[in-house]
Structure formats: C-alpha cells, structure tokens
Design a protein around this ligand. Structure first.
Ligand code: CA2
Length: 146
C-alpha cells in the first residue's frame, strides 16, 4: 500500500486563522498541513491535502483514496455531526482512519456531541488544537508500522 496519507478538511476550515481564534487558534489550514507533512516525513510518509466546502467532493476524494492512499486523516468540520454519506464512504476504505478536531466537540454545544464519523474511524483526536495534526500522523504511522 502507498505511503501517502490523505488529509481531508471539511467546510469552513479554509477560514482558520481569520475568525474565532479563541476556539480554533490563530494558525491557518496551511500551517496545519505543514505540521502534518513535517510529522509524516519523519516516518517516511507524505501527506496529500484536500479541502472542500462540499460533502460530495469529500465523498469523491474518500472513494478515490481506495488503492491510492494508505491512510486517511479527516477533519470533516460540521459535516462530522450529520454527514452519513461521509460515514458510508469511509466505511469502504480499508486503511487506518483518524478523525481529527481542533476543538473538543464533546465539551461544546449538544449538537456537536454526535459524530457520525467516529464509528468508522480507527480513532479520534480532539481538543489539542494544531498539535492534533502531529498526533494524528503519529497515530497513523504507528498503525501502519505495526
Ligand atoms: O474543532 C473542529 O475541528 C471542528 O471540526 C470545527 C468545525 C466544527 O463545526 C466542528 O464541530 C468541530 C467548524 C470549522 C469552522 O472553522 C471556522 C474557522 C474560522 C472561522 C469560522 C469557522
């Protein structure tokens, strides 16, 4: 299997660094992708990043990852909480899947407490801000190496 990780970012994450710094920090999505890429390089892995504000684009990317990428790290944004098409697409992916959130949705509004992605993820990393991108890559590397 390929040594690439598909990093997926959902709706509005392209706005990181511009608004809501108290919740999501001041780093941009580009900064987070760089963090993930640097962490991946330490394990001989590389990161391919795709951001979309559209659920169907993310479903297409997940489908295309089958046989192409060794793992998926996904921050689905608000789609986390209701996008069953993303759940189904991820369920058809064979490699490790890490659900990633900057904030801890479980400590926020009740509607954020349901993740439809969590049941099909290998594991979830939430609440560690930008450090989560490094942790997610470390988790993928550990699973791929064992
Ligand atoms: O904590 C996370 O990473 C989230 O996935 C972020 C989503 C939110 O809906 C999830 O519940 C948790 C929201 C991303 C929107 O990001 C913005 C960034 C700047 C300005 C506005 C939105």
């Amino acid at each position: 299997m390929s040594a690439t990780i598909l990093l997926l970012s959902g709706p509005n994450l392209n706005l990181l660094g511009e608004r809501e710094p108290a919740v999501y920090g001041t780093a941009t999505l580009t900064d987070h992708v760089a963090t993930a890429s640097e962490a991946a390089a330490l394990h001989g892995l590389s990161v391919v990043h795709f951001q979309s504000n559209h659920e169907g684009d993310l479903v297409d990317a997940i489908q295309a990852a089958r046989g192409t990428h060794g793992a998926i790290i996904i921050n689905p944004g608000a789609l986390t909480h209701y996008a069953w098409a993303i759940h189904d697409a991820l369920a058809a992916f064979d490699g490790p899947i890490v659900e990633l959130h900057l904030s801890n949705p479980n400590a926020r509004e009740p509607w954020r407490h349901l993740s439809v992605v969590a049941p099909v993820a290998t594991g979830s990393i939430v609440g560690f801000g930008g450090h989560g991108y490094r942790l997610a890559v470390e988790a993928v590397a550990a699973v791929l190496e064992r």
